[in-house]
Design a protein around this ligand. Structure first.
Ligand SMILES: [Zn+2]
Length: 167
């Protein structure tokens, strides 16, 4: 993992090694990924990000994953919508809102976190994940289906495995 130092408690600052946990043992505060921002500053540039794929994976160097995505390659690249009336009400001339309601595969912002979590899980020794909350389960199911579909399409099919009507 290139730029991840470990986990850090947002409340008390306690530091932890990378592990599948999200709560501080000392204060029950939320744990966040701690990055090596000096290394990031040396190796990441606007040009490098712009040269990346038209998905959220152009920011892969800033995500807690190793290597390319295992699922959700199409996640992200959602449009910014100018919110003129809300901007005027707030005194802002250029207010834009990210429209993640057109995200893929489930039209939810949760597609982002699920693709990162499943990619992370695929590249680490985490044996299994707890059941996701119902609102997230849709994205997990859709991206798991994508992963299974990718695995199936790369597997050779012999005549014995073809069902009735297979052409
Ligand atoms: Zn803490």
């Amino acid at each position: 993992m290139g730029y991840v130092l470990g986990l850090r408690c947002r409340e008390c600052g306690a530091e932890y090694e990378q592990q599948p946990t999200h709560v501080c043992e000392l204060c029950f505060g939320p744990l966040e990924v701690a990055y090596d921002y000096d290394a990031i500053k040396k190796n990441i540039s606007r040009e490098k990000i712009e040269a990346g794929p038209r998905s959220m994976w152009r920011y892969a160097d800033l995500l807690p994953v190793d290597g390319p995505p295992s699922v959700g390659k199409q996640v992200g690249w959602t449009p910014l919508v100018k919110a003129e009336r809300l901007g005027a009400k707030l005194g802002l001339r250029n207010l834009y809102i990210k429209n993640d309601a057109v995200n893929h595969p489930t039209l939810s912002f949760k597609d982002r976190v699920v693709s990162v979590a499943l990619t992370r899980r695929a590249s680490s020794a985490i044996p299994r994940s707890p059941a996701p909350p119902p609102a997230t389960a849709n994205s997990v199911a859709a991206q798991a289906a994508e992963a299974a579909s990718s695995a199936m399409s790369s597997s050779p099919v012999t005549g014995a495995e073809q069902g009735p009507g297979a052409a």
